[in-house]
Design a protein around this ligand. Structure first.
Ligand code: SAM
Length: 195
């Protein structure tokens, strides 16, 4: 059966109850992030992470497949006095948002080709922060299902083009087994894929 991802996520965000709190991996990574420049939050849902990045001083674009989530995120950001830009995009089928970016973040959205190409969208010296649950999470939580989970050690391999600032895989304070990566683009090249 073909799943309409946009409709699925719009339905979820139309129903009340979607969690809107900043990813713990982002909270922990903030000291490593620049305080100015462009930031892209990939698949950021209701935008708690994007608002935190805006608070940090960054000029944020929140990109997600769900127009419902983006509309709610926009309202929440306005109400908090931290406006953000939003972009409706299906990362599986549409071009990556035009870079380069000083910061790219991605939490609990697993798209292996996207992660493997992330370094090419960062400005030189730019920082990526990624946090995604691993298969070990299934030992305590039935969801998300295995197709949404990283293998052990996999995140470091996918992001091997970045210089590692911090990387670990462990149970978070929220009871989720996560791989968390913070890395920097060290080279001086441009943005071949975003240009
Ligand atoms: C599990 S939620 C994670 C939300 C947020 N990053 C967090 O950690 O709380 C997954 C998010 O990915 C978005 N998403 C799913 N498939 C997508 C796609 N193909 N392109 C862009 N966003 C997508 C969903 O709309 C949803 O907001």
């Amino acid at each position: 059966m073909v799943v309409d991802e946009r409709a699925k996520w719009n339905d979820r965000y139309t129903a009340e109850g979607a969690v809107d709190r900043p990813p713990g991996a982002l909270v922990d990574a903030l000291p490593h992030l620049p305080t100015e420049g462009r930031a892209l939050e990939i698949a950021g849902g209701l935008g708690a992470g994007a608002r935190l990045l805006a608070d940090h001083g960054l000029d944020v674009v929140l990109a997600d497949i769900s127009s419902v989530a983006l509309a709610k995120a926009s309202r929440l950001a306005q109400a908090a006095g931290r406006p953000i830009a939003t972009l409706a995009v299906d990362f599986r089928t549409e071009p990556f948002p035009h870079g380069p970016w000083q910061v790219i973040t991605c939490f609990h959205y697993l798209d292996r080709p996207l992660l493997a190409a992330l370094a090419g969208h960062l400005a030189p010296g730019g920082v990526a922060v990624v946090g995604i649950a691993t298969v070990t999470n299934l030992e305590r939580n039935p969801r998300p299902g295995r197709q949404f989970l990283l293998e052990r050690g996999e995140l470091g391999e996918l992001l091997a083009d970045l210089e590692v600032i911090a990387y670990d895989e462990q149970w978070s304070g929220r009871g989720v087994h996560e791989a968390r990566f913070v890395g920097r683009r060290g080279d001086e090249e441009g943005d071949p894929q975003g240009a």
